[in-house]
Design a protein around this ligand. Structure first.
Ligand code: FAD
Length: 822
């Protein structure tokens, strides 16, 4: 009995010391005291074992002892196995800052740090711009005309965008820009996601490109010249990095600039002779100024730097520069935004064209990566969140007015599943992008979250579009001016591919960058290795060991429901925040285990790295949902969506861990990790059907939740604007309850054969119902108008036989048209 008590006391004592990462000394003290107690109480065996354990920990863990024998050996091994960080990777690692992503890596997230990012919302000026200018711009878009007839936006829309400085959202007011907060930029792009060509066209100049590069690195002269011109659209920029040989591996660009003398504006000056071939460059066909990334060489040492290969550099080149071949177009799938190749051979530019001047020559990669951390958080994730909100509005509306088998398809469980999934992804996307933008407004430059948001939200975008299309059935399969979804659906691969293709971002970047950048110790350990600083290594390594034991103890005890984390949330959110804390410990432990067991090979084991990245991504997204829940006013029915979203993300995080355990090459380690982090198995299953039903109902009826999800979208309509399907659905839903009652009355009457058998159309039922005294005249008037509007919303386009061909119809088809009865 005493033996058992001592054993339990030793385990509990060690777990408490480990959870607190209190170091070796308290552990030694606990075991030594219990060991002596064992000897005193005649439990010699356990007493001796505990004393041996205490001695073992003392020798390995106490600083004076371990430095004598253990640390030097470990330092030697570490130097051998630690991954080499290439220059490209180092630049990427140095870019941006670490905030909440670092907390998740620590295994004991401090929620106060997240909640400290207070959210004052949008300024009046920003909100007014979103309410008015964005609505006007969206109202000028006819998707069919833009995509199929014009392959461009109409000139009056271009003029409006320039006049209202949509291209200058990131440019300070001092230079004539709008100087919007990151949140406002995101809200603008979400609203413009009504049309993907509009969203991309406005998004790109406000993201990574000449504007941002000039703001951060430009010389005063460059800023004074270009920024006012970019802000009001006199200059349209593009940025050219990608070429036929360099896509994802962008640092391998073969485009060169050779330092030489040449003629510029009638004078001989020092400059660069550029030879380049770029493709897929957004806005290139109409750009007036081209940001170009190239490799700079000075073979004749004209710059007197004593180096020939200066490195990647960026220049800003006017379109009319002699030798620029620009103006041809690519045709991006679904959305014909301006995109095309740029080529040039021996194009001479003066050194003044280098962004930031000669001082920034060779710093191009660092400049690009630093800008990417902010721009990548905003443009594509906002497009995804906005697309999701429109998809909720349109799909919820359609599912309510489309009736089959005598009921609205929104009331069929099979349809409710995609509806709820869609709503949850839109809700999560909106929380993630707005809360991350809020951290940017507080000065954070979120490098790892930018990769998470880019890949996860554009993936959601694709899935949301698939769900929306499925629910709409043939209504959006059929292309034409009435189809508000199909063109956007076909454009989703663009977001998946640009700004870091998703497969690479998920597999390589999120965890690969995060493991070193966000880990509390790894980056410093590598620095200690590089500077051969033994004392620093010893200190960091043993703190790191403490973290590993701490994470193991926290993950294990919390999985058993013991010692749950203290979290500053209300009773609804608390269990989810506690689960984020638990899984963050599990994630931290697994990340260290994977790095230790695979070492430098982890870089190649991308499937392992991707799963770790998935755990981190889902925990990050969930934290943003919790922050939004904490900050914002809630509406009726939102709790169901909140529960659904949290469970959906926790289920995905656990799934990624399970797959990690199933595939970690070191099987013993995999079983150990599974035993520590999931001793009772998985905790989170997919959201329950009851939540699915509640959410589907809420987004397909006129509810506060539907309005919240579609807030700040274009949902109004004014004379002269293009059709607004969301406004029409909203109007129909406002009447849906009254219509439903009448549908039911008529359906009952038909079932009882109280209406003539020949009355097959709803329009005929209405007239028959009026005649039979089942409907009042007022109801009939209402219902006629309602049915006419429903039918119009369900109608698809048809075209002349030869409307799609620019060639003459073939003889065979001609014959067929002649024989088709009129
Ligand atoms: C419509 C459009 C607009 C664009 N706009 C611009 C622009 O304005 N300026 C500009 O400079 N560029 C632009 N791009 C280029 C874009 O950023 C690149 O297309 C993108 O980075 C991917 O390069 P890639 O298509 O050559 O894919 P590839 O590099 O050929 O990759 C093929 C596949 O392999 C995967 N892959 C590659 N490396 C890895 C890895 N290490 N691990 C796992 N998977 C990997 C990728 O994820 C991808 O799925 C645009 C592209 C398109 C299509």
């Amino acid at each position: 009995m005493i033996t058992l008590l001592l054993l339990v006391a030793a385990i509990v004592g060690c777990l408490v010391v480990m959870r607190r990462e209190a170091g070796a000394l308290p552990a030694v003290a606990v075991l030594a005291v219990l060991g002596v107690l064992g000897l005193v109480l005649d439990a010699e065996i356990i007493g001796v074992l505990l004393l041996i354990a205490a001695a073992g920990i003392a020798i390995c863990g106490l600083k004076p002892l371990r430095r004598l024998w253990l640390s030097p050996r470990l330092f030697k091994v570490f130097k051998k196995i630690a991954p080499k960080v290439s220059e490209t990777e180092r630049v990427a690692l140095d870019a941006g800052t670490v905030a909440w992503d670092g907390e998740l890596f620590s295994g004991r997230p401090d929620w106060k740090r997240l909640l400290a990012f207070d959210n004052p919302g949008l300024s009046d000026e920003e909100q007014a711009f979103i309410d008015h200018q964005c609505a006007v711009a969206a109202g000028m878009c006819n998707a069919w005309e833009i995509a199929r007839e014009r392959a461009d936006m109409p000139p009056e829309l271009w003029d409006y965008l320039k006049k209202e400085r949509f291209f200058g959202m990131i440019i300070p007011k001092a230079y004539g820009g709008l100087e919007f907060s990151a949140k406002a930029q995101s809200a603008v792009l979400q609203k413009l996601a009504f049309n993907e060509t509009l969203m991309s066209t406005v998004g790109v100049p406000n993201s990574l490109g000449p504007g941002e590069l000039l703001l951060k690195y430009g010389t005063e002269e460059q800023k004074n010249h270009y920024l006012p011109r970019l802000a009001d659209g006199r200059d349209i920029p593009c940025f050219a990095l990608t070429g036929p040989r360099a896509g994802s591996d962008a640092t391998s660009i073969p485009d060169v600039g050779i330092v030489c003398r040449g003629m510029h504006e009638g004078k001989e000056v020092l400059g660069l002779k550029l030879t380049f071939e770029k493709r897929w460059i957004t806005l290139a066909p109409i750009a007036t100024v081209v940001g170009l990334a190239f490799r700079m060489f000075d073979p004749d040492n004209l710059l007197e730097r004593g180096e020939s290969d200066i490195g990647i550099s960026c220049a800003l080149i006017p379109r009319e520069t002699e030798g620029m071949q620009i103006g041809r177009r690519h045709h991006p799938i679904g959305s014909p935004f301006m995109n095309g190749p740029i080529r040039g051979k021996d194009v001479f530019i003066p050194l003044d064209y280098l962004i930031g001047g000669l001082e920034m020559a060779g710093q191009g990669w660092r400049m690009l990566v630093e800008c990417l951390s902010v721009g990548r958080c905003i443009t594509l994730p906002s497009g995804a969140a906005g697309t999701g909100r429109y998809a909720v509005g349109w799909t919820g509306g359609f599912a309510r007015i489309r009736r089959q088998f005598n009921i609205a398809v929104a009331d069929m469980e099979g349809v409710q599943e995609p509806l709820a999934r869609l709503a949850a992804k839109a809700y999560i996307s909106q929380a993630a992008v707005m809360q991350t933008a809020n951290t940017i407004d507080h000065g954070v430059k979120p490098a790892v979250p930018s990769a998470i948001l880019k890949s996860q939200l554009t993936e959601f975008q694709r899935e949301m579009m698939i769900d929306a299309m499925d629910v709409h059935g043939g209504r959006t399969v059929t292309l034409g001016p009435r189809n508000y979804l199909g063109i956007g659906f076909s454009a989703t691969p663009v977001s998946i591919t640009v700004e870091g293709a998703n497969i690479m971002t998920r597999n390589l970047m999120i965890f690969g960058q995060g493991a070193i950048r966000c880990h509390p110790y790894v980056l410093d350990e590598l620095a200690a290795k590089d500077s051969n600083d033994f004392a620093a290594f010893d200190k960091l390594f043993f703190r790191h060991t403490g973290l590993i034991f701490g994470n193991a103890a926290r993950a294990f005890t919390q999985a058993l429901g013991l010692g749950r984390a203290e979290v500053p949330f209300d009773s609804l959110a608390k269990p989810y925040a506690q689960e984020v804390a638990r899984l963050s410990s599990a994630f931290g432990l697994c990340a260290d285990a994977a790095m230790a067991s695979l070492g430098a090979k982890l870089k190649q084991r991308e499937m392992i790295s991707a799963r770790l990245g998935d755990v981190l991504s889902n925990l990050y997204l969930l934290s943003m949902v919790l922050k939004q829940w904490h900050d914002s006013d809630r509406v009726d029915g939102e709790a169901a969506l909140f529960h659904y979203s949290c469970r959906f993300l926790l289920n995905r995080a656990e799934q990624a861990l399970v797959e990690l355990y199933e595939n970690l090459p070191n099987r013993a380690l995999a079983h150990l990790l599974a035993g520590i982090t999931m001793p009772l198995g998985r905790r989170w299953h997919k959201p329950q059907d009851s939540l699915t039903r509640d959410i589907a109902k809420a987004i397909s009826t006129d509810t506060a939740l539907r309005h919240k999800l579609t807030r700040n979208t274009w949902d109004s309509w004014e004379e002269g604007q293009q059709e607004n399907p969301l406004a029409r659905y909203n109007a129909l839903l406002a009447n849906a309850e009254r219509a439903e009652t009448i549908y039911r009355t008529l359906a009952k009457a038909r079932a009882k054969r109280e209406l003539p058998e020949a009355a097959l159309h709803p329009e005929q039922w209405i007239e028959a119902g009026l005649e039979a005294g089942l409907l009042s005249e007022e109801d009939a008037v209402f219902m006629r108008a309602h049915e006419a509007e429903v039918l119009d919303m369900l109608t698809v386009d048809d075209f002349d036989f030869d409307a799609f061909t620019s060639q003459q119809p073939s003889a065979n088809h001609e014959r067929q048209t002649h024989t088709t009865p009129a």
